[in-house]
Design a protein. Structure first.
Length: 177
């Protein structure tokens, strides 16, 4: 770890975070949840919110794919999306669903600046973000897809969206504090 100049779990916990929250709504696969934890750790995002029947730590399958990131990333579990969104709004964060929907904004055009913070909601592997949740959000972000398929695995979608939010804010947040 020293040769790679990597932070310890404790250093990650105390580092300045990019004000992004990944919200997982009713994600069936604990492996997908673990992958999102690992991505959240890699990009030093603020936290992961797990909603509904989404698995949460401690969990064997999460641990297998998170590789310990569930220990370095702040997380919270909520029974219902309304509770999670209320907590997010209390922090003055915007809330955006990652979903193909009428009026959605293409990811490369979003141009968020994270001073205020943003939460991005990723939905169930089959049904996506619930319509009731979309109605509580500020809007929808759509990942451009150029091939035949028009869906991505939730862990892949989270990686793409989280990287774009981090990439566009790299100059503001070094994560070294």
């Amino acid at each position: 770890m020293d040769a790679l100049n990597r932070k310890t779990a404790e250093q990650c916990k105390s580092a300045e975070k990019i004000p992004v929250i990944a919200v997982l709504e009713n994600v069936r696969s604990a492996y997908n949840v673990g992958s999102v934890f690992r991505t959240a750790d890699a990009f030093l995002i603020r936290s992961v919110y797990l909603v509904g029947y989404t698995a949460f730590p401690p969990h064997k399958e999460i641990r297998k794919t998170a590789l310990g990131a569930e220990d370095s990333v702040e997380w919270k579990h909520f029974r219902e999306m309304g509770e999670a969104i209320s907590a997010i709004r209390d922090m003055n964060y915007g809330v955006w669903a990652v979903e193909q929907a009428s009026g959605s904004v293409s990811l490369e055009q979003v141009g968020f600046h994270c001073q205020a913070g943003i939460a991005v909601v990723f939905g169930n592997e089959v049904t996506g973000v619930e319509q009731q949740t979309i109605s509580l959000c500020d809007g929808c972000i759509e990942i451009p897809q150029l091939g035949m398929k028009h869906s991505l695995n939730i862990a892949t979608a989270a990686g793409v969206v989280l990287w774009e939010l981090v990439r566009t804010n790299m100059n503001k947040y070094s994560g070294d504090k």
